[in-house]
Design a binder for this molecule. Sequence first.
Ligand SMILES: *Cc1c(COP(=O)(O)O)cnc(C)c1O
Length: 369
Amino acid sequence: MSQSIPLVDLKAQYATIQADVDDAIRRVLENTSFIMGPEVSAFEASFAAYCDVQHCVGVASGTAALELTLRALGVGPGDEVITVAHTFIATAEAISAVGATPVFIDIDPSTYNMATGALLPAFTPRTRAVLPVHIYGQPADMTTITAIAGNFGVPVIEDAAQAHGATWAGQKIGGLGRAACFSFYPGKNLGAYGDAGAVTTNDAEIAEKVRLLRNHGRHDKYLHEIKGYGERIDALQAAVLSAKLPYLCEWTQARRRVAARYAECMADLEIMLPHVDSQADAAWHLYVIRTSRRDEMLDYLKKQGIGAGIHYPVPLHLQPAYADLGYRPGSLPVTEAVARSCLSLPLYPEMTDEQQDRVAAAVRSFLEM
Ligand SMILES: *Cc1c(COP(=O)(O)O)cnc(C)c1O
């Protein structure tokens, strides 16, 4: 049998950048600046430039980026944050961690992003932030979301964990709201070799506040201005990320090529292919199709050695962890329909045409059974 095809192939990526990454790691080991220091500031400066924003603050993870941003905005107990249930749980956990309540609204049936029509009715006097997710690397409609939230004087925070390098209306993700939260979890479009994250913003006050919060409330070693947290980015991870960042444009282009080729190979099939908004240039973190025979197709692909996945099978409003919020099956019909039918196909920059053809052929042969 031919070799299996994983959902993402981090080994293939490492093979192409080994010298850069090994050098970066050696540099940190030799200068022994493991916490904060030059590697962290250098990465922050280059990632800010990459996102066309003024400030980037490196933190311990994407989850920490979300949580510290909410804290920097003063969101806390009694407050509500409007978000989506079709996302990784960290989006909502950050809201819960600061003591606020996530208010889940439905998603758009074609882009799977926050349904802008559901946003206005979700506002209450307690709404303190709106937290859209650029799901699968497809930017949410930031024009409409920031306009609606702006009318209430409420900030928009982008969950950009899956969308490094995506653009909306010609502008890079990361500077479209008050702040954006990135994850560098290994499998993300820009991945560290461990946990890491960042907050990007054009708001100097928020950047400053996140800087304090991530490092025990201090600038000075022995002077703690506020009560903070130990949520710094690791210098080794910052060095790895600096080594990888110069390749990100190329990787994103490669993802776009793979996505376009999938669309070509599978155009005639009875499945729903991803839709990209005309204002968006997606970063293609995942290539997600929809089929009513999802579970069977997943099994079939696995048997063919194809590492498909589901993002995400159980929406957050129906998770046991959020049972206390009182949502029921049927509360968010589009979210629930997508959760039942979505299937992520392998997509990574190093994917060969031959690998892609095998995936497309397997999808085709399943549908023909
Ligand atoms: C990965 C991810 C996160 C969390 O990032 P971590 O770095 O794993 O903490 C948050 N939101 C979304 C949408 C994600 O995909």
